[in-house]
Design a protein around this ligand. Structure first.
Ligand SMILES: Nc1ncnc2c1ncn2[C@@H]1O[C@H](COP(=O)(O)OP(=O)(O)O)[C@@H](O)[C@H]1O
Ligand SMILES: [Mg+2]
Length: 388
């Protein structure tokens, strides 16, 4: 689909006005690329908004057979956050202003030469929406980095405090294990094994916390991503019920990165994918090149992530696992952000998830943005796209 195409939903019950507006749109020399649907009532409008179709802007007549006046604006605003331009009767400036206060972005009165004002208004509204989304994304990034800093400090203190007593428990268990008596006492032996296993779990949590609180600036060296993928596969434990296939592009440029940090990112993503395939499944790890980016995608056939949870997976401490710390993906996001890269997620519940990590080949490109935020988290704004 053409990215520059403007998709308009025209809500108008009056056949004459509908024709006039359509004609105005067709006669706009600046608006050559648009598609339009029309609805003649509020219920039809809501149906269109709930369908699979996507719209960029709604042109809304407030007087409809099943709803009238500002109530129409209120109801459509409730149903969507697509920008609304209200079409009001002759000289209805006051109503137009009230419509803006109710949630519309702009209004046009029917005595304005539509072919002249319509395009200007649509363009203005779309641009405003884009800027608002950018602002929202910047705000989310700021709040997240503050939250991360606070959690990081706390994590570091707690982890350090716990590390020593845990080391003492580990040593004591080791010494107990050496005792001759233990070998003849299966009950005691079993309990010591439980202590050992749980101390190892606790140790893993502490390592996660420390990793999280110590995200360092990357030490950049020119490296190939395929080598890192191979190292990751040697490191992670793959259960026999999970099959991992790699499709590594054999002509990728080496790029500047901190190979340990990128290895950590891929380890976290691959481990999550394996954990999502409780009953077994397949993982495909692929490397590729796209525009100015080297891409690594990790696709699993696991449990998938609900739309609701997609918004939260990069939040520190969010986890759906009994023994999860919820720190893996926030660390990934921070590390990839430091590499001026992006992480996108595509997921379908019960079908699987694909994580796509993009690393810029040329970091000097001025218009590279720090956009590793969860696009779903940014009100579905940036990176995460729903499974298609
Ligand atoms: N590949 C995946 N499939 C399904 N869910 C995932 C996947 N990766 C991450 N998640 C979800 O994101 C959450 C956060 O992941 P993460 O930050 O690594 O923390 P943890 O693994 O400790 O739970 C997980 O608990 C899980 O709900
Ligand atoms: Mg994890």
């Amino acid at each position: 689909m053409d990215k520059n195409e403007i998709k308009i939903l025209l809500v108008e019950d009056d056949k004459g006005d509908l024709l006039l507006t359509k004609k105005a749109l067709n006669n706009c020399p600046q608006l050559v690329n648009f598609i339009m649907d029309s609805a003649g009532s509020l219920s039809e409008t809501i149906k269109c908004l709930n369908s699979d179709k996507e719209y960029d802007v709604i042109l809304l007549d407030m007087g409809l057979p099943d709803s009238n006046g500002l109530e129409t604006v209120r109801r459509v605003c409730e149903a969507t956050d697509i920008p609304i331009v209200v079409l009001t009767g002759l000289g209805d400036e006051e109503i137009g202003l009230s419509a803006i206060k109710t949630g519309a972005e702009d209004y046009l009165t029917k005595d304005m030469p539509l072919n002249k004002f319509l395009v200007r208004t649509i363009r203005y509204v779309l641009e405003r929406k884009r800027v608002e989304e950018e602002l929202k994304a910047a705000h989310i990034r700021l709040v997240r980095s503050e939250k991360l800093a606070t959690v990081g400090q706390l994590a570091s203190t707690v982890a350090h405090e716990l590390r020593n007593p845990l080391a003492v428990i580990k040593n004591a268990t080791y010494l107990l294990n050496m005792e001759e008596k233990i070998k003849t006492e299966p009950d005691i032996r079993e309990n010591i094994d439980i202590i050992s296993e749980e101390t190892n779990n606790a140790d893993k949590i502490i390592s996660d916390l420390l990793q999280f609180s110590r995200v360092k600036e990357p030490t950049l060296r020119v490296t190939g991503i395929n080598k890192i993928v191979e190292r990751v596969l040697k490191k992670v434990k793959v259960p026999s019920k999970v099959k991992i296939t790699t499709k590594l592009h054999n002509d990728l440029p080496d790029i500047e990165m901190d190979s340990l940090q990128i290895e950590q990112v891929l380890c976290n993503i691959v481990s999550n994918g394996i954990q999502a395939m409780d009953y077994g499944g397949e993982m495909i790890i692929e490397t590729a090149i796209e525009d100015n980016y080297v891409i690594v995608s990790v696709a699993d056939t696991g449990c998938g992530i609900s739309k609701e949870n997609l918004k939260k997976v990069f939040e520190p401490l969010f986890s759906t696992k009994a023994k999860g710390t919820g720190l893996g993906l926030p660390v990934c996001a921070m590390l990839i952000d430091k590499h001026y890269g992006q992480i996108n997620i595509q997921s379908q519940l019960d079908k699987g998830t694909t994580f796509i990590v993009k690393l810029p080949i040329d970091k000097n490109t001025e218009n590279l943005e720090k956009t590793s935020d969860n696009p779903a988290a940014e009100s579905a704004a940036a990176a995460i796209t729903k499974g298609e």
